[in-house]
Design a protein around this ligand. Structure first.
Ligand code: PLP
Length: 421
């Protein structure tokens, strides 16, 4: 077969690693063209919540394909977008009354930043500075990269990234980071603070306690700084509750959702906003409208998939499933934590993570990462370590037998890979 013209994301083609071809999937399992059954222990990069090819979501998609495929969304509307927006306003914290559609987590973040700046601009009080949390990840477009951690991922583009204020990650001494946030918020040009609530994903599956989030929100409120919650990964039950913000009793000014919005089946995102943000753009003056759109904004088929997801949240015991999974994953983490080479075990809902102690310094490019990834793949488990950080966040429907396999292969991955230099 001739070489594939496909250029893969976050993939070094020069290493000539195997690229499996997946033909179908169900639940937590991927099936490859060469007959392998692979456990998707990271929900296909954190998107699949209820499981692959969920019958309710697939049925909604099929039904919608009979009616309307795509529609301009500037000044036009359709049933799935209306139904979904109303359902989201009902389901999400009170006050997030406006729903803006886009198509990925990165664009949901871009939209959030533009909403925040538009809010200040239209009030005649221009503020442009964005505050971020150390080690954050908010996506790979230029604006989203600007508000994320700088490193090997984006050094080639650094000159194009805008300057932000960085608040230290609330690790051992959360008070220091709260003080830094408070002092940064005092500057008169701060428009917004953007944060991944409770769990920082790409930054290394780092967790911090809900009371710190509560306090961060209060500080922003005191200084009139808009609070943007990026729940692209944490939303839809990943942290044990529908939103991570819930555990901190926090209502953001702006909320970003994507990944699990459609149960992880279709690309769709929303940025939800409170009335003051919408109202700042509401006017008879066309220059005050919100200047953002993309071709596939609120694609009807994707919206139909999201409506099915929301309905599952409304009439199925999703939180109970999540609690059961969290308990089972907790047991896995506990077993592995008894090993001396497993350090910093952490869990947030249906995400467990730990670092493999390899004695040397690490980071994303640590050699042990790809070595373990190859070991997982060789053993029919999809897990992509972040450097020496190994984590799992499977679909909620994963079976106990598959969880057991994941645990065994995690243990053998450490045995096989940690000992090599
Ligand atoms: C994945 C992710 C994004 C980006 O979402 P895409 O759909 O990949 O663009 C943004 N924020 C967080 C917290 C994420 O985990």
């Amino acid at each position: 077969m001739s070489r594939s013209p496909v250029w893969h994301p976050f993939h070094q083609h020069g290493l000539h690693e195997d690229i499996p071809l997946v033909t179908h999937a169900d639940g937590a399992v991927l099936h490859t063209a060469d007959g392998r059954r692979v456990i998707d222990a990271i929900s296909s990069w954190w998107v699949t919540t209820h499981g692959h090819n969920h019958p309710r979501i697939m049925a909604a998609v099929r039904e919608q394909t009979e009616k309307l495929d795509q529609l301009i969304f500037a000044g036009w509307t359709h049933e799935p977008a209306e139904t979904l927006a109303r359902a989201l306003v009902d389901l999400m914290p009170d006050g997030l009354d406006h729903v803006f559609y886009s198509d990925s987590g990165s664009t949901a973040v871009e939209v959030a930043l533009k909403m925040a700046l538009g809010y200040w601009h239209n009030r005649g009080e221009p503020r442009h500075r964005i505050l971020v949390l150390e080690h954050s990840y908010h996506g790979d477009t230029i604006g989203a990269m600007s508000v994320g951690a700088r490193g090997v991922f984006n050094c080639a583009y650094a000159p194009l990234l805008f300057d932000v204020g960085t608040v230290p990650f609330p690790a051992a001494e959360p008070q220091l980071s709260l003080e830094a946030l408070e002092s940064a918020c005092r500057a008169s040009d701060v428009a917004a603070f953007i944060v991944e609530p409770l769990l920082l994903g790409a930054g290394g599956m780092l967790t911090y306690p809900p009371d710190v989030l509560t306090e961060m929100r209060a500080i922003c409120a005191r200084h009139g700084v808009l609070f943007i919650a990026d729940e692209v990964m944490t939303g839809w039950g990943r942290t044990g509750t529908l939103l991570a913000c819930e555990q901190a009793g926090v209502t953001p000014d702006i909320l970003c959702l994507a990944k699990g919005l459609t149960g992880g089946s279709m690309p769709l995102a929303v940025t939800m906003a409170t009335a003051p943000i919408f109202d700042a753009h509401y006017s008879a003056d066309r220059s005050k409208l919100f200047f953002h759109s993309s071709s596939f904004t609120a694609n009807p088929i994707a919206c139909a998939a999201a409506v099915a997801n929301v309905q599952m949240w409304q009439d199925e015991p999703v939180l109970k499933r999540i609690a059961t999974l969290a308990e089972r994953l907790g047991a896995v983490l506990e077993n592995l934590s008894s090993r001396p080479d497993v350090v910093n075990p952490r869990q947030c809902g249906t995400m467990i993570a730990f670092d493999v102690d390899v004695g040397v310094d690490t980071g994303y490019l640590a050699e042990i990462g790809p070595r373990m990834r190859a070991h997982f793949f060789a053993n029919d488990v999809l897990i992509r370590p972040l450097g020496n950080t190994v984590y799992a966040m499977p679909p909620y429907s994963i079976s106990q037998a598959d969880i057991d396999t994941v645990e065994q292969v995690m243990a053998s991955a450490i045995d096989t890979c940690a000992s090599q230099p």
